[in-house]
Design a protein around this ligand. Sequence first.
Ligand code: PLP
Length: 372
Amino acid sequence: MKVSAEILNLIPYKPGKPISETQREYGLKEVVKLASNENALGPSPKAIAAIQQYLAHQHRYPDPAAFHLVQKISEVWNVPATQIGLGNGSNEIIDLLIRIFCEPGDAILTSEAAFVAYAVCAQAARVKVRTAPLRKDLTMDLKAIADHFFHNPNAKIKIIFIPNPNNPTGTVVGGAELDEFLVRLGNRDDVLLVFDEAYTEFVRDPQFKEAAKFYQNYSNVLVLKTFSKVYGLAGFRLGALLAPEYVLEYYNRVRNPFNVNDLAQVAGAAALDDHDYIKASQKIVWKGLDYFYAELKRLGLPFYPSQANFVLFNTKRNVEKVHVNLLQKGIILRPVQNYGFKTLMRMTVGSADENKKAIIAIEKMLSEVEEI
Ligand SMILES: Cc1ncc(COP(=O)(O)O)c(C=O)c1O
């Protein structure tokens, strides 16, 4: 069977290396994984307690409308229930939005070094990927993105993706630059503006503006949220879409009716109510980031201040060699050559103990991998 050139050339999304695989390959007992921006606290205790009660119901199909979870999201995030969609992780929502709103030959637009899932999903749908340049400090240039849209009227750009904060850079857009972007592109009926807000709960930058708070003022602004980060439920695969009703109408037509399983629905609803856990998740990340900043400074490794639960730093070395060296020491980090960064490494904030182990390993690595 022949497949299209896009599928033939597709480079799939490469997730962080699993702990079990690293243990097997390197003969290690103890492995620290700071490679996938997961929550170091483990799942919310309220979520664990809730799913235990529902285990005995798993011979039933889940509620396709996820009524209770949608009501809970509506109440906690203060958005109308009619404007909430759910996905098997926000990754599925990215995939579906592209399939719904783009035809083969259309394009999506984002920034260089934006979260890679947009490009992977677009390519799989035979949709072109266009990017605007990133600034030197690795912040996204919203003016360049808007200019790109207006300077390429024949490019058939249907969706603009703005990850805010972005992964892997940890940077945010906000302030007057965002206002200007919305003045130029908001309320158009030929393009959707998708703000991917996977990490907003960790933002400390006062310039930041959350699209979840302003999307209702626009007919073409959509917001993606995930339960994989501050809510600690990455394994359950749960993401949310906040969008105008007409978008939800299409979204619910196309998605698989049981895309969000029963336990994910139950866990998500419970985690939304676990305020102590959310606060603890934020605290551990902010403390961990400040620790990483101080240690990276001490080691002479430049870094990009982050508004998310990870930090991108410059190893000043071939990052693949650094990656392997650290794996041998039982530390899994995430090299980001796939974004065009040959020496940069992304490190997720873990527990205090995991963070310390990672820094000890990095310090040792410095004398073992040659600087370039
Ligand atoms: C910016 C961004 N968006 C979306 C996702 C996907 O999250 P999910 O686990 O909900 O699919 C991630 C995951 O790392 C991310 O970094």
